[in-house]
Design a protein around this ligand. Structure first.
Ligand code: NDP
Length: 244
């Protein structure tokens, strides 16, 4: 029987690469997106062509009722969830002095509270089975702090704290919780930077380039899989050595 993973923010970027990686490894995928409907439809098609099941629904992770419906649908269609990947996230570049209260709240609503909603809804079935693996996505800026991204950095640091605390709380229940902290990855999220900035970031990276979504997905999959069965509470940097 195939296994099932729930991935948030899976229509584009790192989430999409994760969905394709899990499907390639023989997992069914239940996923969500916020706005990218066409990309979501093409993801479903691509995964079905790979012979696995996929549903990618429009669910805003800040909407608890919608997250609840997503998890119920996952259970009804795919049975128990073996893994959850909390990937959905937003970024914003602003001087700290210009960050409004709304900016701050929205950043934390999506990047932190959204993760709380998803894990809180998916957890009961994992606790019932005393099994499961959760992978959160933080950022190198959550580890080091990023100038002009104070609210983003703070939200991604919160993800790391959440991951470590949950790993301690859930270990004896057979549930592992780990985090991937990507460095600079070539996705739409970084389109706000010009090419010169992306080039400079690549030059600051010991491996001499920015990363790909697929390289992040490989680490996410490894952490979710049984290959990492004795790994919990860890933050794996996929950053080309940008932060060591
Ligand atoms: P993208 O902007 O390409 O993708 C973000 C994804 O999150 C999209 O699928 C988007 O949905 C989804 N999303 C955003 N808000 C919501 C919401 N409220 N509800 C549901 N889904 C939502 O970014 P990346 O792929 O680069 O980022 C993925 C994760 O990786 C994020 O958590 C990000 O912070 C993190 N990260 C990225 C890095 C990078 O350099 N790219 C570096 C470090 C961390 P939709 O497609 O519908 O808009």
């Amino acid at each position: 029987m195939s296994r099932a993973v729930l991935i948030t923010g899976a229509a584009r970027g790192i989430g999409r690469a994760c969905a394709l990686k899990f499907a390639k490894e023989g997992w069914d995928v239940i996923a969500c997106y916020a706005r990218a409907q066409h990309a979501a439809q093409s993801l479903e098609q691509e995964i079905r062509q790979m012979g696995m099941q996929c549903r990618c629904l429009q669910v805003d992770v800040t909407d608890r009722a919608a997250v609840h419906r997503l998890v119920l649908l996952a259970q009804a269609e795919f049975g128990a969830l073996d893994a959850v990947v909390c990937n959905a996230g937003i970024a914003q570049q602003k001087l700290f002095a210009d960050i409004t209260e709304d900016d701050w709240d929205h950043m934390f609503d999506v990047n932190v509270k959204g993760m709380y909603h998803v894990i809180h809804e998916a957890l009961p079935q994992m606790l019932d089975r005393q099994a499961g693996s959760i992978v959160t996505i933080s950022s190198v800026w959550g580890q080091t702090g990023g100038s002009c991204e104070v609210h983003y950095s703070a939200s991604k640091a919160a993800v790391i704290g959440m991951t470590k605390a949950l790993a301690k709380e859930l270990g004896l229940s057979g549930i592992r919780v780990n985090c991937v902290a990507p460095g600079v990855i070539d996705t739409d999220m970084n389109r706000m930077h010009g090419e010169d900035v992306m080039h400079a970031l690549a030059e600051d990276t010991p491996l001499g380039r920015n990363g790909t979504p697929e390289e992040v997905a490989d680490a996410v999959y490894w952490l979710a899989s049984d290959q990492a069965r004795f790994v919990t509470g860890q933050v794996i940097g996929v950053n080309g050595g940008f932060y060591i």
